[in-house]
Design a protein. Structure first.
Lengths: 655, 294
């Protein structure tokens, strides 16, 4: 019994911070359960959300999950920055600090950025390409629940069993049992395997959706740019996640079953892990940024009231980036002795990949050129991206110049670089997307004044936080140090950086306030087209009905909806009652949720080496698969009459 | 948002940075900008070339962006042209590609040259060899020719290349002395070479650049660069006044802790790998290794 307690609650989980987190979690769960029971919302929750296969609702769930994870990851970040604010600080001890930078990085990449990207895919893509859902709606729900349970699994490590503490890159031999006893690292491995499976399925889903389910007339070269970047991101996912899964599973075998893939002393090769990890890792950075590139293309064109400049150049750049991004992974370990020739090859490929990236930046500027720029919050996030991201790309090139990287590697210069591209690129882009598509999914506009406050706080906070870190790199400060002493001259820049981080935190708080306030008081979007949009999603009412389009639109131009408006043909979205037919839609199913739950149970078993629990989880998975396979009752018909009522309520009936 | 307001914001950021830089002692703390040897100097030179090129690109983007933002705002009475269908311009697009390619070439050429040049100890110079082992959480240095060993401290002669042979009996670290040059990993069962040279006498700090566990911040050491004669005297002194390292002493060093510098007049050869495995030695090395007398 006491050994069980020691396993579940090792000393690392019984510090004040963890205990207060425990209390908060218990209070919050109790409040939620009370609310659901008191207002009889359990059934509603199950019927409308937990079992849904509707891409729009799945998108909303991804969005909520991602914002929650941004809160967790952001809290981690503020703790790290608070610890580094002054030299010789004792706010966090080294053990605590190591756990927090590990969970910060892992959560931000896998459980904040990725789901926020999938939120955008789900919310926009089917509507944008004139489709009624994704190609595999149930698989889409499975992806979500695998991600959600993996995120849950990863987060409970903080209070049960202990957090992982080897960084988001988790290089062996530091992750070997000899150097890393306890279950924390198992949490990391299982969470990444499970969410990775979901991500791979999402990649397949959107690849097929975009290739097979576009509205008639929408050729590949007439697709909106966001559809293009989603397409290539899906391809990148398909090839990038398998090496990650392999790396995770092999490490898990080393830890649980005594194999020696990476374990030193018995002939293992840690270097092999590093290769597998970055074979995933570099494409992953483009998985993170390409969707944002797509969002900028939509937003900048819309709010400059102008066509996207250099569409075909943009497409070819994206394809070039996709191809090249598999040929640069060694730049993450130039300093591991691969030899001058190998390093030069990967250095040059890295410099090469900056060219298509740079071209795209110019194209966005030329899209603004000769346009009429309207400063909405969505546009401000997109505009902020351009001057910010170019700095991150430039420092990336400096890192790609091999001998320079020998000095910069693992220093704060590197930290500044990747935050510059991930925040300035990925996060700014996703925020732009959130403000842009919010009315489409919720039917309400976000308050612009509050949104601008959030934007300015976040934007200025960003520069204040990360520019000093470039300088710290030049002063020789390395990453993952839990403290530093006087005498290196690092103190004042670190303090500035910490202040900036808290300004960003304030921006986040205002943004969440903005979301909640606008959901209650926000202006209702009656037109369905609040921005004078260019692409098909704006031809639907806000929020779009479950079936998206009563009649699938026919596309004749790149900016399909804009063209319809120019030609005064917007009445094509109105339908005559006699033209309405029944619409077949996928039916809700509990299987995706139960499958996620099974994976969760399985993972808990693996983390603690409780094989019978793992077995039970696996059995649950098999049962879900079997039931799902033979479940032929997976469609429902939306009857004519219901469609007619819905359309007439939107005022979209002809005659 | 108004343009004025954002300009004020940018000015504020620069002021904050300027204050930060001046309080931080302005200069000497920027170790990367103060190389004390040819390797670090050559790396700094490349950093300057890339930084200058990139600053030009950044400025082009910022200026164009600024003009677009000011000129094409959707304000009543804006007289700038509005051409909603203007979506390509061959010359402009080719120009952008040309600028990018030129910038890439300016960076690629010195990258190529320097990567190869720094991969070898300069011809005609015979380096002094130091075998480096990262331990949890300390650095063990062994001088195979001088037969002495130290922990967390080394003396090196000036104006003579030092060939570090790096390995680990611990999780991975990187060996980094910023003023002498860039870092290289230490990995168990591999030996990676790195050469550095000090041209100025002085005391230079080094540290690990790769996280290796909770004591990682303590993996610091000092490099004392002194003229050859002083170096020889130091070696003699260590040899005559310090204890020998035994296998038992080495096992003590493997304990998870950090310690002050130590000196040994001899050490067991078995503490450094005689051969390595993996692709490093077979697939090609970053630098040509000199045979180590064992
Ligand atoms: C112009 C394009 C880019 C170039 C030339 C570039 C170059 C590099 C190089 C050479 C490194 C390795 C540095 C080192 O470890 O010493 C690096 C690290 C990194 N980059 Fe980039 N990069 C670019 C764009 C991006 C983008 C778009 C993202 C993400 C959205 C990104 C995210 C990262 C991350 C996360 C790391 C560090 C990972 C770690 O060690 O934890 N980069 N980049
Ligand atoms: Cu990379």
């Amino acid at each position: 019994m006491s050994s069980l307690l020691a396993l579940l609650f090792p000393p690392s989980t019984t510090r004040n911070m963890e205990l207060s987190a425990d209390v908060l979690i218990i209070l919050a769960s109790a409040a939620i359960i009370f609310y659901l029971t008191r207002w009889h919302r359990w059934k509603y929750l199950w019927r409308e959300w937990l079992t849904t296969v509707d891409h729009k609702k799945i998108g909303i769930m991804y969005l909520i999950a991602a914002v929650t994870m941004l809160f967790r990851g952001g809290t981690d970040a503020l703790l790290l920055r608070a610890q580094l604010a002054v030299p010789n600080n004792h706010l966090l001890g080294p053990l605590h600090y190591d756990e927090i930078f590990t969970t910060h990085g892992t959560i931000m990449i896998f459980f904040m950025a990725m789901p926020l990207i999938f939120a955008m895919f789900n919310i926009a893509i089917p509507l944008m390409i004139g489709s009624r859902d994704v190609a595999f709606p149930r698989l889409n729900a499975i992806s979500f629940w695998l991600f959600a349970f993996a995120a849950f699994l990863f987060n409970i490590s903080f209070v049960i069993g202990g957090s992982p503490n080897a960084g988001w890159t988790a290089y062996p031999p530091l992750t070997e049992l000899a150097f890393n006893p306890g279950v924390g690292q198992n949490y990391y491995l299982m969470a990444l395997v499970v969410t990775g499976l979901g991500t791979t399925a999402t990649g397949i889903n959107f690849l097929v959706t975009i290739l097979r389910m576009r509205a008639p007339g929408m050729t590949l070269m007439r697709m909106p740019m966001f559809a293009w970047t989603t397409l290539v991101t899906s391809v990148l996912i398909l090839f990038a996640f398998p090496p990650l899964t392999v790396a995770m599973v092999l490490t898990l075998f080393d830890r649980l079953f005594g194999t020696a893939f990476f374990t030193i002393g018995r002939g293992g090769m840690p270097m092999m892990y590093v290769n597998l990890f970055w074979l995933f890792g570099h494409p992953e950075v483009y998985i993170l940024v390409l969707p944002s590139f797509g969002i900028f293309s939509e937003v900048v064109a819309t709010f400059s009231r102008k066509k996207l400049f250099g569409y075909s150049t943009m497409v070819y750049s994206v394809l070039a980036i996709t191809f090249l991004s598999y040929g640069t992974w060694v730049h993450h370990f130039f300093t591991m002795g691969a030899g001058a020739a190998v390093n030069v090859f990967f250095g040059l490929s890295t410099i090469l990949i900056a060219i298509p990236t740079g071209i795209k930046i110019f194209n966005w500027i030329f899209t603004m050129w000769n346009g009429r720029i309207k400063m909405t919050v969505a546009m401000m996030w997109a505009l902020a991206f351009i001057p910010t991201f170019v700095v991150g790309g430039a420092t990336g090139v400096m890192l790609g110049a091999v001998p320079g990287d020998y000095q910069f590697h693992n220093s704060y210069f590197l930290i500044a670089h990747f935050h510059n591209v991930i925040i300035g690129g990925t996060v700014f882009g996703l925020m732009s997307g959130v403000y842009y598509w919010w009315p489409k999914v919720t039917g309400r506009l976000l308050n612009e004044r509050q949104g601008k406050w959030a934007f300015w706080l976040f934007f200025l906070g960003f520069w204040l936080t990360f520019m000093p870190q470039y300088a710290l790199g030049f002063m020789g400060m390395t990453r993952r140090m839990y403290t530093y002493s006087h005498g290196f001259g690092w103190s004042s820049l670190n303090l500035i950086s910490t202040i900036g981080a808290f300004v960003m935190g304030a921006g986040f708080v205002v943004m969440v306030y903005n979301f909640v306030w606008s959901q209650i008081h926000g202006e209702i979007d009656v037109t369905g087209d609040p921005w004078n949009g260019r692409t098909l999603e704006w031809s639907t009412p806000s929020p779009a009905p479950e079936y998206n389009f009563a009649r699938i639109p026919v596309v004749t131009d790149r900016d399909a909806w804009w063209a319809m408006k120019q030609e005064q043909k917007t009445n094509v979205v109105q339908i005559k009652p006699q033209e309405i037919t029944d619409i077949e839609l996928p039916k809700s199913s509990g299987i995706p949720f139960l499958m996620g739950l099974s994976f969760f149970v399985f993972s808990v078993g693996m983390v603690f080496s409780w094989w019978w629990i793992a077995g039970a989880g696996f059995l649950g998975f098999v049962v879900c698969m079997l039931v799902g396979t033979f479940d032929y009752d997976d469609h429902k018909e939306v009857p004519r009459q219901e469609i007619q009522n819905t359309e007439s309520a939107f005022g979209r009936l002809q005659g | 948002m108004s343009f004025k307001r954002s300009k004020r914001a940018i000015r504020f950021i620069f002021m904050a940075l300027a204050i930060g830089l001046s309080v931080s002692g302005c200069g000497n703390d920027f170790v990367l900008l103060h190389p004390a040897g040819p390797v670090a100097a050559s790396e700094l030179n490349l950093i300057e070339i890339t930084a200058a090129t990139m600053i030009v690109i950044i400025l082009i983007v910022w200026v164009l962006f600024g003009i677009a933002l000011v000129r094409f705002r959707d304000t009543p009475g804006n007289k700038a042209p509005y051409r909603p269908l203007w979506d390509h311009n061959k010359k402009l697009e080719l120009g952008v590609i040309a600028v990018s390619v030129v910038a890439a070439v300016i960076i690629a050429v010195p990258t190529w040259n320097k990567t190869f040049a720094l991969a070898h100890v300069p011809k005609g110079k015979s380096p002094i060899v130091i075998d480096v082992t990262s331990l949890d959480w300390k650095w063990l240095f062994e001088y195979p020719s001088q037969h002495i060993a130290t922990v967390n401290y080394i003396d090196v002669p000036t104006n003579r290349p030092v060939l570090f042979e790096l390995t680990a009996d611990s999780p991975m670290n990187t060996f980094w002395v910023p003023q002498l040059g860039g870092m290289e990993y230490t990995m168990p069962s591999e030996v990676l070479p790195l050469w550095l040279e000090a041209s100025k006498p002085g005391l230079y700090w080094g540290r690990s650049g790769n996280f290796s566990g909770s004591g990682f911040v303590h993996m610091t050491f000092n490099v004392h660069a002194v003229p050859a004669s002083t170096f020889n005297a130091w070696v003699r002194n260590v040899k005559t006044t310090q204890p020998k390292m035994t296998m038992a002493d080495y096992r003590q060093l493997l304990k998870f802790n950090w310690i002050a510098p130590r000196y040994y007049s001899a050490y067991p050869a078995a503490t450094f790998p005689a051969e390595t495995h993996g692709f490093t030695l077979e697939g090609g090395m970053y630098m040509e290794m000199q045979p180590t007398p064992k």
